[in-house]
Design a protein around this ligand. Structure first.
Ligand code: ADP
Ligand code: ZN
Ligand code: MG
Length: 486
């Protein structure tokens, strides 16, 4: 695109995200059909989720509790009374001709999420969290178009969703990316969804507009759909902001419309404009009572919340004396944070635990494309290795190799050390003996050292280490060498 850097700096983007999240209940929101992903098409259906005449919805209590947990973790106020509404539209994968959602009386409102971009913290408002049912899925197959077939799978019809709508508080693609990352981290901590974007458990639509820098009124927005990865969200926003700036800066106006991200072409294109926008003709769902949340129910949901990432990060800083960066990294997922605490407590060495996890273990896992929960090195086994390092019975250099072997073989540090005779040599006589041999065999270097080139010490250390296969205790070696040479 051709927007000049000058034009770009004259404008500011305004972004608000709408995130749909599949709750991980066992059964659907208004019937007892399974929500299991990947079952044969149309095997998890009944009159309710097929929308057959006369079938009546019954609200799933577990879905409401999960929705409440999410809303509470997002700092929302839960409305004591909310209401389901019919959102009417026609689509082949929507058998009833309407979706049961919430409209003017949502489950929860007025929350926020704190994000951090670079070193700056920023609070992003959460307008509302409401509950709704998912639609089915259309599958298209065949090419060319004359051969094209479409299939409808209604297994997903009636799976519980929440929609999380943000305030238009985001200003850059980076902020939007960070907001979605935080949101996902938080929701994974709560264990209310698997947040899997490929399976469609987490979906995000982005609303974006631009305005001249300093303006107080928002510009006309477009809504970008079809963003099925974090990367696409970032790319689509970057593209869309440039597109809008180019139009506005050229004196044109933005059409309010829904646009789709085309990841092949790396661009957005218009899908439907406001003129053809749906009129959903919302009205209260007559087949369901208003949703009344008692204080007890709300209190139960609140009590069932785990320690949330921000709080846990602060506790790691205080309880384990970790630097803020380490604490932030280690609380990026609940599994990672749990693993860290197991290692820290098992070894009594929290800082070592943080270092070895962040610099070694996570790299090994990343290379193998594995999650911490799939680590072949258990927390207990890593703790054992760290204790050996802290005691000085293995050097840091040796420990690195040992960890790599623990990772590939599944063996414990203790087993590997005795198997290979790798234990560190801490016997002074043994180290001195080797040092004396090296000194005797290298009179030239000894001369250099004694004439003041003390840097030669490093060379001697290297020689002894080589002779002992890296097993000499480094502190002892330094001292003993100094004594023998001096
Ligand atoms: P609509 O009536 O089109 O659904 P809403 O006011 O409900 O619009 O907002 C939907 C989403 O769009 C919210 O996330 C909100 O923050 C965002 N939004 C609203 N106005 C703008 C704007 N001018 N520019 C960017 N995002 C906006
Ligand atoms: Zn059903
Ligand atoms: Mg709206």
């Amino acid at each position: 695109m051709t927007v000049s850097t000058v034009a770009r700096t004259k404008y500011e983007a305004v972004i608000g995200l709408e995130v749909h999240l599949q709750l991980r209940t066992n059964t659907k929101i208004f019937c007892s059909c399974s929500t299991h992903f990947g079952d044969p098409p149309n095997s998890n259906v009944c009159p309710v989720c097929l929308g057959l005449p006369g079938a009546l919805p019954v609200l799933n209590q577990a879905a409401v509790t999960m929705a409440m947990k999410a809303a509470l973790a997002l700092n929302c106020a839960i409305n004591p009374r909310s209401r389901f509404a019919r959102k009417n539209y026609f689509y082949p994968d929507l058998p009833k001709g309407y979706q049961i959602s919430q409209y003017d009386e949502p489950l929860a409102e007025h929350g926020w999420v704190d994000i951090e971009v670079g070193k700056t913290r920023k609070r992003i408002g959460v307008t509302r969290v409401h509950m709704e049912e998912d639609a089915g899925k259309s599958l298209h197959e065949g090419f060319p178009d004359s051969d094209r077939k479409s299939y409808i799978d209604l297994n997903r019809s009636g799976v519980p969703l929440i929609e999380i709508v943000s305030e238009p508080d985001l200003r850059t693609p980076d902020e939007a990316f960070e907001y979605l990352t935080r949101l996902k981290t938080l929701l994974l901590y709560l264990d209310v969804s698997n947040c899997n974007m490929e399976e469609g458990s987490l979906r995000c639509d982005a609303n974006v507009s631009v305005r001249p820098e300093g303006a107080t009124k928002f510009g006309t927005k477009t809504e970008v759909k079809n963003l099925n990865s974090f990367r696409f969200l970032h790319k689509a926003l970057t593209y869309e902001i440039e597109r809008q700036i180019e139009i506005v800066d050229g004196g044109g106006t933005i059409q309010q419309e829904t646009r789709l991200w085309d990841s092949k072409e790396q661009r957005t294109y218009g899908m439907r404009s406001k003129e053809f926008a749906h009129d959903y003709r919302y009205f209260p769902e007559p087949d369901l009572l208003p949703l009344v949340i008692s204080d007890e129910w709300k209190a139960q949901a609140r009590q069932s919340l785990p320690e949330l990432p921000d709080a846990r990060r602060q506790r790691f800083i205080q309880e384990y004396a970790l630097p803020d960066y380490d604490a932030g990294q280690l609380t990026l997922s609940k599994q990672l944070a749990d693993y860290f605490e197991d290692v820290a407590q098992g070894s009594g060495e929290p800082k070592l635990a943080a270092n070895w996890m962040l610099s070694e273990l996570l790299h090994l896992l990343k290379d193998a494309n594995r999650e911490i929960s799939e680590s072949p090195v258990s927390a207990a086994h890593l703790a054992e290795l760290l204790k050996m390092i802290a005691k000085g019975s293995v050097s840091g250099k040796m420990a690195k190799d040992i960890l790599a072997e623990m990772y590939s073989s599944g063996k414990t540090a203790g087993a590997l050390v005795s198997e290979k005779g790798l234990a560190q040599i801490t016997d002074a006589d043994q180290i001195s003996k080797v040092a004396r041999e090296i000194i005797a065999a290298n009179p030239k270097q000894v001369e250099q050292y004694r004439s003041g080139k003390t840097a030669t010490m490093g060379w001697f250390v290297g020689q002894v280490m080589k002779a002992t296969r890296g097993q000499a205790n480094p502190q002892m070696l330094q001292e003993l060498l100094k004594k023998e040479l001096g």
